[in-house]
Design a protein around this ligand. Structure first.
Ligand SMILES: *Cc1c(COP(=O)(O)O)cnc(C)c1O
Length: 395
């Protein structure tokens, strides 16, 4: 085990042994009655994890980028106006994806590390008739979390479909798709859902599905088309197989196990664990004097942290030292500051032990880079948060 580093990047994350063992089982036929039951279970459990009893789940082989493209391909027609609320790299990627389906894409960009004010979004929705808008719950390039609640409300008020990129949030950050009036929420398997990379997971609410049914033009993307996938999802849920493209049999089995684990923990308990883990880790960063990319504390995600390097330290020096101390962090992603900051994922099964191990490795690596660090200062700060949040029992 000593050779195995602790993986603390914003996806892929550390996976539970039960999930990995499901992945390693002999592959069944995709029409095996036992597998049909597994697929059916995974579909039903997705509704619980997303808090969307009214939604239609789609489990599609692919990554989070495919999950972004699925609503774009199905819900946008060439004359449609769409709005992207961007808080970083993934918002900008969404604008690029949408521009393949319509040339009427407007982007409202937050200042780096900030969010777009709700009033600003409403002013834009008043100006023109939008068909759809996208928001990134947690932008993995900035560590900024957006509150989807007021934006979902606006979508309802103005008759605009709201699509939430939840790739860095679903099953980690608090999320209630139906109650928050979000029409589509998607993620990818390798983030807080806790399954190795390979599945795009999309949940489409009734307003989105109805809008898709009323399309005037054909969905211009063959693989994404819900005409292909909806009959498959409906069949498996009804206990019969159907074929469009081969299901990722082992991944679906692993997903079913992971969703089970998630529901057994309890959604509220899981949100709370992420909240405490995030706050504890970020208190540790503060104690080390590291500035973070999110401008306001309230906008910091609980699923990942994005600290700047201290003066005089570069990623080329620090990250290999952290790796040598047994932990893996990720470098920067946002093009404007890529070389100035790094990222730590703490989602999925991350526990307090991982927080303390990671901060310990960071302290050691900083010292190796010539930064003076009071040994244990970040560990003390993190532990104070854990104690004050009164969650010691979950360690
Ligand atoms: C990781 C991520 C994606 C892209 O997912 P891939 O699996 O890398 O294609 C999209 N959006 C957000 C917010 C992400 O964190």
């Amino acid at each position: 085990m000593k050779e195995r580093p602790l993986l603390m990047i914003p996806g892929p994350v550390e996976f539970e042994p039960s999930v990995l063992s499901a992945l390693g089982q002999p592959t069944q036929s995709h029409i095996d009655p036992q597998f049909i039951g597994v697929f059916e279970g995974a579909i039903k459990k997705m509704r619980e994890v997303w808090h969307s009893p009214s939604g239609q789940p789609f489990i599609v082989p692919g990554t989070g980028t495919l999950a972004m493209e699925i609503p774009a391909a199905n819900l946008v027609e060439p004359e449609d106006r769409v709005l992207v609320v961007s808080t970083g790299y993934f918002g900008d990627r969404y604008a690029d994806i949408l521009s393949r389906y319509t040339n009427k894409v407007t982007v409202l960009s937050a200042p780096l590390g900030g969010i777009v004010e709700t009033a600003h979004i409403e002013a834009e929705l008043k100006k023109s008739e939008y068909r759809l808008m996208t928001i990134t719950h947690v932008d993995t390039s900035t560590g900024v979390r957006v509150d989807p609640r007021p934006i979902g409300k606006l979508g309802h008020k103005y008759g605009v479909l709201t699509v939430l990129d939840g790739v860095c949030s679903v099953a980690g950050e608090e999320l209630k798709q139906d109650a928050w009036e979000l029409d589509v929420v998607f993620t990818a398997s390798q983030k807080a859902v806790g399954v190795p990379p390979g599945l795009a997971l999309v949940l489409a609410g009734p307003r989105a599905v109805n809008r898709w049914r009323k399309r005037k033009s054909r969905v211009p993307n063959y693989y994404c088309d819900w005409n292909q996938w909806l009959p498959v999802m409906e069949a498996y849920e009804a206990g019969t197989p159907a074929y469009f493209a081969t299901p990722a049999v082992n991944h679906v089995r692993a997903l079913d196990v992971s969703l089970d684990n998630i529901l057994k923990e309890g959604m509220e308990e899981r949100f709370q664990r992420h909240r405490v883990v995030g706050k504890a880790f970020q208190a540790g960063l503060e104690a080390l004097g590291l500035k973070q990319v999110p401008l306001n504390k309230k906008d910091r995600a609980f699923t990942l942290s994005a600290p700047y390097y201290p003066a005089g330290v570069t990623g080329d020096r620090l990250l290999p030292q952290i790796r040598r101390a047994g932990v893996v962090f990720a470098g920067g992603l946002h093009p404007e500051i890529k070389k100035n900051y790094f990222r730590i994922g703490h989602m999925g099964s991350t526990c307090f032990r991982d927080v303390l191990a990671s901060l310990g490795a960071l302290e050691a690596a900083l010292r190796d880079c010539g930064v003076s660090v009071n040994p244990g200062v970040s560990l003390t700060a993190a532990q104070s948060v854990i104690v004050s949040e009164n969650s010691e029992t979950a360690v």
